[in-house]
Design a protein around this ligand. Sequence first.
Ligand SMILES: NC(=O)c1ccc[n+]([C@@H]2O[C@H](COP(=O)([O-])OP(=O)(O)OC[C@H]3O[C@@H](n4cnc5c(N)ncnc54)[C@H](OP(=O)(O)O)[C@@H]3O)[C@@H](O)[C@H]2O)c1
Length: 242
Amino acid sequence: MTGGTTLQLHSFPEGGIAAIAGATGAIGNALLTALKASGRFREVIGLSRGGSPRLDLLDEECIATAAQHVAGMKGDLRLFIDATGFLYNDAFSPEKSLKQISAAQMAHAFALNATGPALLMKHFLPLLPREGKSVFATLSARVGSIGDNKAGGWYSYRASKAALNQILRSAAIETARRKPDAICLALHPGTVESPLSAPFQKKGLIARAPESAARELLAVVDRADAGNNGSFLDYKGEVLPW
Ligand SMILES: NC(=O)c1ccc[n+]([C@@H]2O[C@H](COP(=O)([O-])OP(=O)(O)OC[C@H]3O[C@@H](n4cnc5c(N)ncnc54)[C@H](OP(=O)(O)O)[C@@H]3O)[C@@H](O)[C@H]2O)c1
């Protein structure tokens, strides 16, 4: 990895499994590479639409099949990071004003940024072990913060990430009842060079390399303990307002 020594991730019990959803994305791929390099996990598995097992957020059956695959692997699932996400495509751009809101764009953003990750929680959170540290982290975004919203716009992205944060929070509370050592986090990766962010990078705003972001996010995950369960943190570990 760029920018320092290999991460040790010593807070995680040895011999577990780490899984990344959205492993083809800029941040997801960098997370996958860093986790493999750490040597802390018995297996590091990348899940994606084009991979095997296939993981498509729009298809619950294949999410369930991917979870069964991971459940069948030797070792406990100690770390799951959801690095999927949607901001724009050929049909939809972030809305600058109310006039641009469309039901189709709202539905698409919610399907990918909120409902899909909720289905990942439904199928993968039950795989976390009852004892010892385990983490389920989902990549949210600071713009999903209602308290921090000073610029407006980006209705569907902001709202779908706010919904994601709420879902993550409920899942964290439910999971802690049976698994007090498990930690669920919503993480803001900061501005990172990627296809998702490229068209929107403001002049003067420094986008970090995905490798640096992955390193910082994994350091946050490594430092996290049960007291952080259900929180919204940035890549420095600072608590963000909901
Ligand atoms: N980059 C930034 O500056 C920034 C800032 C704040 C938050 N974030 C958040 O960080 C996360 C990762 O962003 P990124 O910059 O790495 O974006 P990216 O490079 O565009 O990666 C997005 C990932 O989502 C996957 N994905 C899209 N639709 C999917 C579906 N239907 N099923 C399964 N996977 C699907 C993509 O898979 P395919 O390869 O199959 O398309 C890809 O792996 C997102 O949640 C984003 O909102 C990023």
